[in-house]
Ligand binder design. Structure first.
Ligand SMILES: Nc1ncnc2c1ncn2[C@@H]1O[C@H](COP(=O)(O)OP(=O)(O)OP(=O)(O)O)[C@@H](O)[C@H]1O
Ligand SMILES: [Ca+2]
Length: 943
């Protein structure tokens, strides 16, 4: 195997040390690209040979490595487990548990003294364990998501077995991991370079190497001056073909991969998390104060009780016990589950959104999307299917309401039209599975190619034939809205241009008339043509025109400016392409509007076309304004501000228009989502509060600039992301509502009990169990509530709105008062109801156990209440769909029974009889009607 290739990876890598001025000489030494390709056993015009591609280039991978990067491994479970002990409250708790253990064993009753300390230690272990499991799963999920980052396939030239059994080379798209050294790779504006390599041929190629150089600066590359390409850099303009020389870990990028790697999602804090942390701190402080107060009261009582009795070793045990209670209260009060709930909710949503074709790249965008007030959507591919088919047009001056057969087309210019399409397009036919084909690349071009295929033209053959005669290509961009190819045959040059019909028409001075002669345009004819274009567009068709310019012995073509080469053309044909609206888009638009999210269509397509589509999908509604980018640009800033609320469609827009629209909307206080697919959209995508790029048609650059990638390019998925965003936000609020109620009740009960001298109804171990219920378990149960479409029934929250609405405060207050009332009732009236004599140690212990049981039951049922916040009272809606919630509620219930019945002195519990159980569950259940009633109290919303 070693002998198969004549070059080693080290020598290859050595060819392009970053910024080494000697690179060119090193390349010449091995005989330039030609020598290189011989060493690599590949013919640059054929690509990798069939016998290699058939076994997936196994030998190359073994010799030169694979195009994969070894990411940072997930932290081990153990290290995460260890990390959980960094929490200061847990540390203090452990310390006091140990003290309690020692005291209990040596000073207290040796039979039972060890129990409390051990129980606390075990409880701490369980809390840490559950937290660590959670963290671990979260990390694993994020890693899986990170691996999916390379979505766009790479176009390579390789030998294949064609449909008819022939062996030939053809362009095809393969996943980036399949790229090997020696591959011939095609790149064009918007691509990200998938492997290091050396240019074979290129046209107007400009690369953004900011990944390496820091600042964004476009660098011209061509085969003679600077042919070295680096993985991870981006093609901003032009196109080219190059041969791969280093992949994966061997590439320059791979060598510094770990430094460049974006900080992981996990470390990122979202605005919601920030808000929550502030709140958590506040709650924690309140807990601390009430804990200190509780401890002081307990100690005072201790002193009073033992006044004059002299010191005794059991004193110390009692003091330590009081301190432990205090610390436990702090542990309970500190809502460590709050940030956890956000992460769980976001992580869970991210995973589920993936299934709904939303790939979230930045965590916070998920929640922002829930509050979006305006979405600027493009048309092609997002609202429509991006399946273009030519249905009508005008060829050589003749109108066709249906596309004619190739034979019906006038002979004289036929070849020019066909060549103009074949040479001036980049889309190609890809074979997948055994005999299915698909046209990949720009779908506008695909429409043209399909026409050639219908006409029975072997366009691949034409491309091959003229491959070496193409002297220049001006690739398509959204500003010029056209593409041009210059090719030389013998002594003459021919320039083919295609693009937005009215633009092309404007740059044509001549046309081919019905008799096949070239005629000059006069004003009248031109106007007629304009009308034809308009009438085709008004049916919602994309109109594209083809033109050309011929020159014999005019050497100037190469030095002329783009503008010059693209003007004074001869019009060949005008085509109208149908691109149907995606099914379900109209409903999705309606959903968004109902949810208070304004939709604006910002498209590169023409006014008439845009209007038709906007009407069809319900974006253009009564009184709405439709405008072209051309008019928009002429307005003053203030005028723009005035019309924008009413603007529903912006047609023939440039990326700059999109950017401006977004900026002004934000200035006006809107939270803006923007969709885009092109390299030129990157600016607007970055500017937007949430940038949504397209997974299928999107370029790497657009994807990199975006926060969410819409994997199926479908507008419906954008609305889904709104639902998910809202669901995250609401889930956090649900959790908050639950957590705060438990907190208030637990703190007040402990405090009141301490003050009243009635003893401590909730023991440290019990409090830790309650803490587990209200933090980690509640975060899991409420944070993972799946979204429902009803989330679209409300308007987005304002930027400034608080997490805790007045209605939520009302719910918390009513529920807490009720719960406290019940608990006090049991403490006071309990002895009578259950026939207990609290002056006896044993029976008091029994009563305290009932109080604990009632407390937990109240929380279990209130957790169901908290599935809905504010005024929503359908608390059972969709409950069966949330398996996690059900498991947790049932799990808590069963565990509670076990704790009570078998917890013994460990949990300070004892067997309860049927009547006592009945009361516990009855009071617990009562929290549901109370929750229902409290929602009936009218409250002012000042939000
Ligand atoms: N490959 C191409 N070659 C030449 N012209 C093209 C090509 N693709 C599109 N066009 C022209 O450019 C116009 C579209 O420009 P642009 O790329 O800004 O919009 P788009 O992204 O296709 O549409 P939208 O903004 O609705 O998604 C089309 O109306 C068409 O006339
Ligand atoms: Ca676009």
């Amino acid at each position: 195997m070693q002998r198969y290739f004549d070059i080693k990876q080290e020598e290859l890598s050595n060819l392009h040390e970053i910024m080494d001025p000697n690179n060119m000489q090193k390349l010449e030494k091995i005989g330039g690209v030609k020598g290189l390709s011989e060493c690599l056993k590949v013919d640059p015009s054929e690509g990798l040979p069939l016998k290699e591609t058939q076994n997936r280039c196994f030998e190359r991978k073994a010799h030169f490595g694979e195009n994969v990067y070894h990411g940072t491994p997930v932290s081990s479970f153990f290290s995460l487990f260890k990390e959980t002990f960094d929490d200061p409250t847990l540390k203090i708790l452990i310390a006091s548990a140990i003290i309690s253990l020692l005291l209990g064993m040596f000073i207290g009753d040796p039979e039972t003294g060890w129990i409390e300390g051990t129980a606390i230690l075990i409880a701490v272990l369980i809390v840490s364990f559950v937290t660590a499991i959670n963290d671990y799963q979260k990390e694993k999920q994020f890693q899986q998501l990170n691996e999916l980052k390379n979505l766009t396939p790479v176009t390579v030239l390789r030998q294949l077995q064609k449909k008819n059994g022939e062996i030939g080379s053809a362009l095809s798209q393969i996943p980036i991991e399949e790229i090997v050294v020696g591959d011939i790779i095609y790149i064009a504006s918007g691509s990200k370079i998938p492997a290091d390599g050396i240019i074979i041929s290129s046209s107007q190629l400009q690369i953004d190497e900011s990944t390496f150089l820091g600042e964004s600066q476009l660098i011209r590359k061509d085969k003679n001056k600077n042919p070295f390409l680096y993985t991870g850099t981006q093609v901003q303009q032009g196109e080219g073909t190059y041969i791969a020389t280093a992949v994966g870990q061997n590439s320059q990028y791979g060598k510094i991969y770990h430094q460049l790697k974006e900080s992981s999602h996990l470390k990122e804090k979202t605005p919601l998390q920030d808000k929550l942390e502030i709140m958590a701190e506040l709650i924690g402080k309140m807990g601390l104060y009430s804990a200190i107060l509780t401890v002081i009261f307990l100690l005072i009582q201790l002193f009073i009780k033992n006044w004059g009795n002299g010191w005794d070793s059991s004193y110390i045990v009692n003091i330590v016990d009081s301190v432990i209670i205090g610390i436990t209260i702090v542990v309970v009060a500190v809502p460590e589950g709050l940030p956890l709930a956000v992460t769980i909710s976001l992580a869970y949503s991210m995973k589920k959104m993936m299934r709904d074709n939303n790939f979230v790249r930045r965590l916070e965008s998920c929640e922002t999307m829930g509050n979006a007030t305006c979405i600027c959507s493009d048309k092609t591919g997002t609202l429509t299917q991006n399946q273009m088919n030519i249905v009508k047009g005008m060829i050589f001056g003749e109108n066709h309401s249906k596309m004619p057969d190739s034979t019906e087309i006038l002979g004289k210019w036929r070849d020019k039209l066909i060549e103009g399409i074949a040479l001036n397009t980049r889309a190609f036919v890809q074979q997948y599975r055994s005999n299915l084909t698909q046209i990949v690349g720009s779908q506008t071009e695909a429409g043209l190619i399909r026409l050639l295929i219908d006409w029975g033209v072997d366009f691949e053959h034409i491309r091959k034939k003229y491959q070496n005669t193409i002297t220049d290509v001006y690739t398509f961009d959204s500003i010029r809205k056209r593409m041009t190819t210059i090719h030389k045959v013998d002594d003459s040059y021919c320039i083919y241009t295609k693009g937005a019909a009215e633009f092309i028409l404007d740059s044509c001075t001549e046309y081919i008339d019905q008799s096949g002669e070239i005629s000059r345009f006069d004003e009248n004819t031109k106007n007629n043509y304009r009308k034809i274009i308009q009438s085709i567009a008004s049916e919602g068709l994309r109109v594209i025109a083809l033109s050309f310019k011929l020159s014999y012995q005019d050497q100037n073509f190469k030095i002329n400016s783009k503008e010059e080469n693209e003007s004074n053309h001869i019009l060949l044909a005008i085509f109208g392409m149908i691109d149907r609206v995606r099914p379900g888009v109209t409903e999705a638009v309606n959903d968004a509007l109902r949810a208070g999210v304004e939709i604006k269509m910002v498209t590169g397509d023409g006014l008439e076309t845009a209007k038709h589509v906007a009407l069809e999908c319900g974006i253009l509604r009564n009184g709405g304004l439709i405008m072209s980018g051309f008019e928009f640009r002429k307005l003053q800033h203030e005028e723009k501000k005035k019309i924008i609320p009413n603007l529903q469609v912006l047609a023939r827009s440039s990326p700059q228009d999109k950017y401006e629209l977004v900026s002004i909307l934000q200035e006006m206080g809107e939270i803006v989502g923007v969709t885009g697919d092109g390299t030129n959209d990157a600016l607007a995508l970055r500017k937007a509060d949430v940038g949504l790029s397209m997974g299928i048609s999107g370029t790497n650059i657009a994807q990199e600039a975006s926060d969410i990638i819409i994997l199926d390019d479908n507008f419906k998925s954008i609305v889904v992301s709104i639902i998910w965003g809202r669901s995250v936000y609401d889930n956090i609020r649900k959790f908050l509502q639950f957590q705060l109620t438990v907190n208030v009740v637990a703190l007040v009960t402990s405090f009141l009990a301490a003050v009243s001298g009635k003893g401590i109804p909730l023991k440290a171990v019990q409090l830790l169990w309650i803490n587990l219920i209200m933090d980690t378990l509640a975060a899991l149960a409420l944070g993972t509530e799946p979204p429902s479409k009803s989330l679209l029934n409300r308007n987005p929250y304002k930027r400034s709105s608080s997490l805790l609405s007045n209605k939520m405060k009302r719910n918390i207050a009513c529920q807490s008062i009720f719960q406290l009332f019940v608990l006090l009732y049991i403490i006071v009236a309990g002895p009578k109801i259950f026939n207990l004599d609290v002056s006896l140690e044993d029976e008091r212990y029994h009563l305290e156990c009932i109080v604990f049981n009632v407390f937990v039951m109240l929380q279990v049922f209130n957790e169901i209440n908290c599935r809905k916040i504010e005024d929503q009272h359908d608390i059972f809606e969709g409950i069966t769909k949330n398996k996690i919630f059900l498991y947790i509620i049932i799990g808590i219930f069963i565990t509670q029974i076990l704790i009570i019945e078998f917890g013994g002195s460990f949990f300070s519990t004892t067997h309860l009889n049927a009547k006592e159980w009945f009361y516990s569950i009855f009071f617990g259940l009562m929290s549901i009607p109370i929750g229902f009633l409290s929602k009936k109290i009218k409250i002012n919303t000042n939000e």
